[in-house]
Every structure is written in C-alpha cells, then in structure tokens.
Design a protein around this ligand. Sequence first.
Ligand code: NAD
Length: 357
Amino acid sequence: MSYFQPEFTARSAAVRVRFAPGVRREVAAELDRLGLTRALVLSTPPQSDSAMAIAEDLGSRAAGVFSRAAMHTPVAVTEEAMAHVAEIGADCVVAVGGGSTIGLGKAIAYRTDLPQIVVPTTYAGSEATPILGQTENGVKTTLSDAKVQPEVILYDAELVATLPLAMTVTSALNAIAHAAEALYAQDRNPLSTALAVEGMRAFASALPRVLEAPDDLAARGETLYGAWLCGTVLGQVGMALHHKLCHTLGGSFDLPHAETHAIVLPHAIAYNAAAVPDLLAPVARIFGGTEPGAALHAFATRAGAPLALRDLGLSEADLDRAADLAVTKPYWNPAPVNRDGIRALLDAAWGGRAPGT
Ligand code: NAD
C-alpha cells in the first residue's frame, strides 16, 4: 500500500534519538557531546530513585535533582523548578519519566531555551513534540514552540520495563490514539501516515508480548519504538475529535490522562470511520477486523484496558455537560461534530459498551 499524496507539506524536527537497553547510562556522553556541564535532573516523586541514579552517573555534571514534577505541568511547580535552575546555574535539563516530567522540562526550556535530554519511561510521546500543555488556576493551555522540542531522546527499554501493566496498556492506547488520528489529519503527509501505520503495527505486535512477559526487553523495546513513531506523528500533524474529547474530560472533569484516552479511542475512531473509511482502513487491518473502532475495542478488551468512563468516576449526570463542552470550539474533524452524535458516543464510552451499541 502506498501513502503517496500528489500534494503535501511536511515538517520534521532535528532530534537526536538513541535506542538501547541501558542507554540511560549514556546521558553523560550526550552532555559531553553538547558541551554541557551543569544538568538539572527532573522526575516525579515516585521516580526520584531513577533521577538519583542518573545524577549519580553524571557525577559532577549533575548540578541538582528536582523530583516534584506533577500531572498537567502546574505553573506553580514550574516556578519552583525555575528558582532551582537559577540557584544552581543549570545549563540543561535531563527529564526522566513520562509526560508529566517531560512537561516540566519543556516548561523550563520554554522559559530559558535550555537544551533538554529526555529519558522517557511511558509511551505518551511528549518527548517527540514541540507541544507544551500547562495548568494555572485550573485552566490548561497548550502552545507549540520550537524551544519546547527536546534535543536528545534516549529510549531505554529497561526503564519502561518497570511501568505497571495497567499503565502499560493505557499508555500504549494513548500512543496509538496519536497515530490513529494522524491518518485523517488535514495536514497529514506520506511520512506522517507511514510513521503512524508503523507505530500502530509495533504496538499491535509487541503489546501482547509485553503483557505475557513484562520484562521481555525486545518486546518492551518495540513498544518504545512504537511510542517514538506515534509521538513523532503527534508533533507533525493536527489532532481531531478524539483528542478534543480527552482534553475536555481531563480538563473539566479531572479524569486521568492515559485511561481516558484508552476508553475514548475506539468510540472516536468509530465515529470518524463513517466519514473516512478508507483513511482508517489500516487500523482495522493492523488490529484485526473490518471496522476500525470495533477492532480497537477488541484489542483494548484483550489487553485488559479500562473500558468505561463511569469506572473513572464520571457520573452519568455529567454526560450532558461533557457533550456540550466537546462541541464548543471543536477541533477540525473529518466527520461533522454534532451534539447528539457526541452524546451517544459518550454514553457508550461511559457504559463500557462497544462503539455504536
Ligand atoms: P505521567 O508522566 O503522569 O506518569 C504517571 C505516573 O507513572 C507518575 O507517577 C510517574 O512517575 C509514573 N511512571 C512513569 N513511568 C514509570 C515507569 N516506567 N515505572 C514506574 N512508574 C512510572 O504519565 P504520562 O501518561 O506519560 O503523561 C501524561 C501527561 O503528559 C499529561 O499531562 C499529558 O497532557 C502530557 N502529554 C503531553 C504531550 C505533549 O506532546 N505535550 C504528549 C503526551 C502527553
């Protein structure tokens, strides 16, 4: 199958990417290559051991460790970290963790243009994008800026092997969501489509192997490879209904990021498959079946993913407001976004039913 398009505009970022089990021990070599000598190592509180281990490897090149990164990049936490950056005279940040830690590194880079070396430990894909979401006074705003794009990414399968299985599954579906929406993005191009298809294939092949043997480094490595491809696609093209629904549910109802993506994805894709069946055909081919939404729902069910928004604490009474918010300032979408259709979609996702039932 060819992804050729007769006309397109594409963009890609100059990012250095290294893949290898144990490659986290190469952070020092990467700093030397860039002439950097005073790194601030970042993590969330539960991953402070990983941050400390990297700081130890860095020796005198580690100027400090800041282990208070939090979900949705609160500006108050960034300001605390910025004070630390100034105090120790950091000349770069090293982020070890998932999207929350990487978000903090990006927020610092946005304010200082310091280089970022990122060691991702989930599949969310933030490391591969110039996008930063920040939260202040309960409001999340998103921006895109070249300064935000990390310069070096070190993908280490050994680190992701500690990701608990429940989060492994939801984070994988979060990554797959970037690729699935990239297939119909208005600004898609042959490269973004090829990356998206290969990213989904990597997860379809490797996730079941990871679930059988969570320490299988070859399988973990292939899922990280999928995360890199899906994250790269997220940085290249625009997202649509699925991401809008997840931002609404996360922002206004405080639902958890990866779990919400996992539950909503089959429903959003089924909704759009009615409008662009040919563009979404690779989803059905990769995950097995004839209907893209049903194929994703079956894959998520086999992987043991959460299936119902009600299990995340969303009440049935919230569905009307969620539908109202989701159709307000909608993102561009291949299928018309109408309130009744979105309300029905949310109802099926809330109850954990298969898409369209
Ligand atoms: P996360 O970074 O919030 O991690 C969730 C929890 O899992 C944290 O406590 C973390 O410390 C822990 N954890 C992470 N990796 C682990 C591992 N290997 N072993 C054990 N524990 C581990 O979760 P996430 O889903 O990666 O990131 C979500 C955030 O990232 C959201 O705020 C989202 O908006 C943002 N995000 C941004 C982009 C972007 O391009 N800007 C892309 C994707 C996600």
